[in-house]
Write a protein that binds this ligand. Structure first.
Ligand code: XMP
Length: 514
């Protein structure tokens, strides 16, 4: 499809996916490519504009990540951010060196409002800075359009050639008017019309899936999570009962989740797909008996899942398409997109499962970020409750029970987690906290209930805010909410006599509690 596109050229900075997300929030489609991408390829893609990201190098050092200087001659508008800005200046004859004063954090920047980049931005605006190097002098042809007391060139432009450089990070939420700046770049400078809209995306995707699948058969593993649910519904709308969904209930789902998935996707739900629910709880509990080591548990759950799915796939026989809920960050992090590359080899991307007899893979959400998947889900009419479901790991509660997993422990953590989620929702916090859940520790301790002595488990409540799930901060939940959860859990969940709140950020902790 011929939609207008902005390219994000990735130099390995930590906020690179964020840049692309912010641009897409402006209704402009955006893709991430490594800085090593061939100039010819860039030209062929005919981008409306290019954004050069931040990165960990110093641009004047030997071997530093660089782009072909001819990139600046293409006549395509370019916006350099942080490292990208320094690289632009360095390449075009400016001077970049170690800053006498390193800026880090929220800094007030004075901007020139006559620039198209800052037209509707306040003259003094708070921006997020994070740099050791700085642009001491801009390259010839450029004029300075922003400064701070310690940074003489916080932004510069060469208007005729549509080249812009910003030392700070407009993509980070701490830059209060950052979205305006990015929006100004894509609309005022690049002349985008804003054709990236979820309703159009969904409609076009359904049409092209229908064409591609024809009268073929498709198979989808449905987990009940947001990605696979949205992928399944999109497929169902396109090809109806040519799609079979297999939902493996491994007994490690949240309370009532299995039934909720069945309600939506099962025979009484609104979608006319072939739905197979496999109740495999006992099989998983059996395999997990006596296993305490987290990695081992993960492996067992993953392998058993494949075995169960494989058995079903065999019963169904050969299919033409296997549906996967791969999303854009999976593609980028697998090294197929930007430079942030190979953070993890993602199970969904690249390696095709050899245990299902299929001809082609279909990934309807491959171009979407998580928040876009949610928007697509709403467009498709999927209930909000499902669309805004918390991120939930594949191994499920198996990695929210420290130590051995048993049916009894699953019950305890399910109950506690359900109470916790209910109270968070009642307090109106459910959309503002990144991820929150209860985990069962393997600590037992003495308590009193009525006149009786107890020797029961402690449950840990966890809540974090995060942008990218790679780092996270503990969410500040009002104390009275925590107390309410504690009272209810102790009173309502048999086997638990203590409730703890986990204050650990990531790093040093992880988000999950295993
Ligand atoms: P950690 O615990 O690594 O979690 O800080 C980061 C994010 O990833 C999720 N997570 C998983 N998701 N399969 C998944 O699909 C997994 O095995 C898995 N482990 C962790 C976690 O919930 C958090 O959102």
């Amino acid at each position: 499809m011929n939609r207008e596109k902005i390219l994000v050229i990735d130099f390995g900075g930590q906020y690179n996916q964020l840049v692309a997300r912010r641009v897409r929030e402006c209704n402009v489609y955006c893709e991430i490519y490594s800085y090593k991408t061939d100039l010819e390829k860039i030209r062929e893609m005919k981008p409306k504009g290019i954004i050069l990201t931040g990165g960990p190098n110093s641009c004047y050092e030997e071997g530093a990540a660089a782009c072909d200087p001819a990139l600046f001659e293409l006549g395509i508008p370019i916006l350099g951010l942080c490292y990208g800005a320094q690289l632009m200046m360095h390449t075009l004859g400016g001077h970049v060196c170690i800053a006498p004063v390193r800026e880090y954090g929220k800094i007030e920047v004075t901007v020139d409002r006559s620039s198209r980049l800052f037209g509707d931005v306040s003259e003094k605006t708070i921006c997020w800075m994070s740099h050791n190097d700085y642009i001491e002098t801009a390259a010839p042809g450029f004029e300075t359009i922003a400064y701070t007391p310690d940074c003489p060139v916080a932004a510069a432009q060469w208007e005729e050639r549509q080249l812009y450089a910003i030392q700070f990070h407009p993509e980070v939420l701490h830059t209060v008017e950052g979205t305006k700046m990015l929006s100004n770049f894509v609309y005022q400078v690049c002349g985008c019309s804003g054709d990236w809209r979820m309703d159009a995306f969904v409609e076009n995707s359904i049409r092209s899936i229908r064409e591609r699948v024809g009268s073929g058969k498709a198979l989808c593993a449905l987990s009940g999570g947001v990605d696979s649910s949205v992928a399944a519904v999109m497929m169902a709308k396109a090809v109806g009962d040519q799609l079979t969904c297999v939902f493996v209930d491994h007994g490690l789902l949240r309370k009532n989740e299995g039934d909720e998935v069945e309600e939506v996707f099962g025979p009484n739900g609104p979608y006319h797909l072939n739905f197979i629910r496999v109740n495999a709880q006992e099989r998983f509990y059996e395999k997990l008996k006596g296993v305490e080591e987290p990695e081992k548990k993960r492996k067992i759950i993953g392998e058993e899942f494949i075995r169960v799915f494989e058995e079903q796939a065999k019963k169904i026989g050969a299919v033409d398409f296997l549906v996967q809920g791969t999303i854009y960050p999976d593609v980028v992090e697998s090294g197929l997109g930007g430079e942030s590359a190979v953070i993890k080899s993602h199970h969904n991307v690249g390696g095709l499962p050899d245990y299902v007899d299929f001809k082609e893979i279909i990934e309807p959400l491959r171009d979407l970020f998580k928040d876009e998947v949610r928007k697509a889900g709403l467009e498709l009419g999927i209930p909000e409750k499902l669309v805004y479901r918390q991120p939930f790991p594949g191994p499920g509660l198996g990695i929210r029970i420290v130590g051995e997993v048993t049916a009894e422990k699953v019950r305890m953590v399910q109950e506690a987690d359900a109470i916790y989620r209910e109270e968070i929702a009642k307090a109106g916090l459910d959309r503002s906290i990144g991820q929150y859940f209860a985990a069962l520790t393997n600590m037992r301790s003495v308590g009193v209930m009525g006149d009786e002595r107890t020797y029961d488990y402690a449950v840990a409540l966890r809540a974090v805010n995060t942008i990218d799930f790679m780092t996270a901060e503990t969410a500040e939940i009002p104390f009275e909410v925590l107390v309410k959860v504690m009272n209810r859990v102790i009173n309502e969940v048999k086997g638990i006599n203590r409730v703890l709140y986990d204050l650990t950020s990531k790093p040093p902790g992880t988000i999950e509690f295993e």
